[in-house]
Design a protein around this ligand. Structure first.
Ligand code: DOR
Length: 425
C-alpha cells in the first residue's frame, strides 16, 4: 500500500498550528510529525496543510442541465478549490425530491471520485412550495440538508409544518430567504445604483422579512435552521440577535457577497446578476464583521454555473448565478483579513458540522483520521482566467482579477486528486 507524505508544510486545524509532515495510507492519516518518509511525496513548502473544505452550497446541474455543469466537472472544480465534500443543491431537473434522484447524484459523485457529493433534498415536492417532500425516506437514504434553494418557502404554515416534520428526523432545513412578491422582475439590489440605472430592484427587505419570519418559527418549534447566502447588513444583525438569544440557527455567506458591490451592474453585464443580488459596501462591511465574530458560521460558494449563451442574454432574461468553487479559498484568504484558522473554520469544520459530515470531513489533522485534506499556499498570487477553470461554464465575476491564495494539492479519501494545481482524474 502506497504511503503518501505531505512534506514541509504547516498544519493548521481546530487544534492549532504546527510545522509537521503528514503521512497517509489506506485512506487514513497514519502519522503526523517531523521528517516523515514515504513512497510518494507532495511538497508543501510554504503551504498550509488543513482539513479539506466543505461547501454547503454547490449547484452541480446534473440531472437536467448538463450543458452548464456535470457532477464530474463540478466535482473537479471543487477538488481544485480544495473542497473534499460539497452539498449538491436540489434545483436539478428532476428536482432532488425522491430517493431515486438523490441516489443518482450520490452515485455520479462516487464515480467521479474527486470529492464527496452530498445530495440535498427538497423542502417541498418539485420545489413548488405546496407539498412537503418525503423527508423520512430521504433521511433514510442519507440526506441531511433540505432546501428549496433558488426558491424560498413562501407559506409560513407550510414552513412551520416542515420544521415540525424535520424535528424527529434530526435533519436540517436551509432557507433561501426571498419573499417573491417583493422581487418580481428584479435584476439587481434595490438602491441608489438601481434607481440611476433604471432597473427593477430586489430590496434587502425581501430577504430580511423571510429571515425574521423563520427565526420566529425556530423560536416557536425549537427546530434548528440554516440560512443560505446572507447578503444584507440587517440579515447579519438578525442572525446575531437570534444567536444571542440562544436560538439554534446557523448562516453562511458567499465570497461574491463579501467582495463585490451592486455598482458592477453599471456594466449591464449579466455575469454580475445573482440571487440574492450583490449589495452595497456597507453590507459587505457587515458580512465581514459577521464572518469574523462568529455570527456567520460558514463561507459557502453558491457555485452556480450557467452555459455561456444564457449569460450573454440581456439582464432581465439572463439567469442569476456565478461560479465559485475555484476562487473561494483565494477570496477568503485574500479579502477577509482574518487569521488562517478562522478562515478554515468557515471553510472546513463549521460547514462539515452543518452538513452532518463532521465524522469524516473537517477533522483534526492527526493519526487515525480520514485523509481528506487541502494543501494551499496562502501567499501565491494568480490571475483568474475563465478558460482555465475546470467548470464547464465560464461565468466567473473575477475574470482578469489577480487574487492571493492558491490550492496546491487536495487529498480525498487518501488519494491526491489534485497535485500541483492539476486534477489527477
Ligand atoms: O444566483 C443564484 N443562482 N441564486 C440561487 O438561489 C440559485 C442559483 C442557480 O441555481 O443558478
Amino acid at each position: 500500500m502506497t504511503r503518501l507524505v505531505i512534506t514541509g508544510g504547516t498544519v493548521v486545524d481546530q487544534q492549532g498550528e504546527r510545522r509537521a509532515d503528514v503521512a497517509v495510507q489506506g485512506g487514513q492519516i497514519v502519522e503526523v510529525g517531523p521528517d516523515l518518509a514515504g513512497d510518494d511525496v507532495l511538497d508543501a513548502t510554504g503551504c498550509i496543510v488543513s482539513p479539506g473544505f466543505v461547501d454547503l452550497h454547490t449547484h452541480l446541474r446534473e440531472p437536467g442541465k448538463e450543458e452548464a455543469e456535470t457532477i464530474e466537472t463540478g466535482s473537479r472544480a471543487a477538488a481544485l478549490g480544495g473542497f473534499t465534500a460539497v452539498v449538491a443543491m436540489p434545483n436539478t431537473d428532476p428536482a432532488q425530491d425522491s430517493v431515486a434522484v438523490v441516489e443518482f447524484v450520490r452515485e455520479q459523485g462516487r464515480r467521479a471520485g474527486l470529492c464527496e457529493v452530498l445530495p440535498s433534498g427538497c423542502i417541498t415536492v418539485g420545489r413548488n412550495g405546496e407539498q412537503l417532500a418525503p423527508y423520512g425516506e430521504l433521511a433514510a437514504a442519507g440526506v441531511h440538508l433540505f432546501t428549496d434553494d433558488g426558491n424560498g418557502v413562501q407559506d409560513p404554515q407550510l414552513m412551520r409544518r416542515a420544521l415540525e416534520y424535520a424535528k424527529p428526523l434530526g435533519i436540517v432545513l436551509a432557507q433561501h430567504c426571498e419573499v417573491t412578491s417583493l422581487t418580481k422582475g428584479a435584476v439587481m439590489h434595490e438602491g441608489s445604483c438601481c434607481s440611476r440605472l433604471g432597473l427593477p430592484g430586489w430590496p434587502a427587505l425581501a430577504e430580511e422579512l423571510m429571515l425574521f419570519r423563520d427565526i420566529e418559527l425556530v423560536r416557536l418549534t425549537g427546530v434548528p435552521m440554516h440560512f443560505l447566502h446572507l447578503s444584507t447588513a440587517r440579515s447579519v444583525e438578525l442572525v446575531r440577535q437570534a444567536k444571542a438569544e440562544g436560538l439554534p440557527v446557523t448562516a453562511e455567506a458567499t465570497p461574491h457577497h463579501f467582495t463585490l458591490t451592486d455598482e458592477l451592474l453599471e456594466s449591464y453585464d449579466a455575469v454580475y446578476k445573482v440571487n440574492p443580488p450583490l449589495r452595497t459596501a456597507d453590507d459587505i462591511a457587515a458580512l465581514k464583521i459577521g464572518l469574523a465574530d462568529g455570527t456567520i458560521d460558514a463561507i459557502a460558494t453558491d457555485h452556480a454555473p450557467h452555459a455561456p449563451h444564457t449569460k450573454e442574454a440581456p439582464l432581465d432574461q439572463a439567469p442569476p448565478g456565478m461560479l465559485g468553487l475555484e476562487t473561494a479559498l483565494a477570496l477568503a484568504v485574500g479579502e477577509l483579513g482574518l487569521p488562517i484558522q478562522r478562515v478554515l473554520a468557515l471553510l472546513s469544520w463549521n460547514p462539515a458540522a452543518i452538513a452532518g459530515v463532521a465524522d469524516r470531513h473537517g477533522r483534526p489533522v492527526q493519526a487515525g483520521e480520514p485523509a481528506n485534506l487541502a494543501v494551499f499556499d496562502p501567499a501565491a498570487e494568480w490571475t483568474v482566467v475563465p478558460a482555465n477553470l475546470a467548470s464547464k461554464s465560464r461565468n466567473t465575476p473575477y475574470a482578469g482579477r489577480t487574487v492571493t491564495g492558491r490550492v496546491r494539492h487536495t487529498v480525498f479519501g487518501g488519494t491526491a486528486v489534485v497535485r500541483d494545481g492539476v486534477a489527477t482524474r
